[in-house]
Design a protein around this ligand. Sequence first.
Ligand SMILES: [Zn+2]
Ligand SMILES: [Zn+2]
Length: 157
Amino acid sequence: MDDVQKQVEALLSEAEAVCRREGTQFTRLRRLILETLARSPGPVKAYDLLESLKEKGRRLTPSSVYRTLEFFIRKGLVHRVSSLNSYVACADGGSLHNPVLLVCPDCQAITEINDEALNYSIFSRLNRLGFSARMASVEVTGLCEKCQKEPSEKGAD
Ligand SMILES: [Zn+2]
Ligand SMILES: [Zn+2]
């Protein structure tokens, strides 16, 4: 099994366990959506997800896709990338956590960081400011290492 396959399998079995705990079904639609996201090399827009599932012969409504995405987001298995208006599968095996997503708009690479010290400083600082933080979804936009080395050729053509 290659690394991607291992990561996909791990995420799917985590999702299955979450659904079992919640007493809800890990439906074929849920599996299909999570697997499609996990196999995608980059972030996916809900519309493109819908289109690619339609190509597989699934008859779906946008609302069923959104509902499924919302479910996975609440469970920490999928993260929303607000700045790209798209979604990524959790790169850290899922379950609830407070990821920091590093987003490179040039190549659309997303790096997920789960760093306890970083989270601790966000949460403790907010507490001192009088805000009782529970969950954070932090998104930082910037150039990834690759794009710092090879500036994009956007605008050159
Ligand atoms: Zn994650
Ligand atoms: Zn980049």
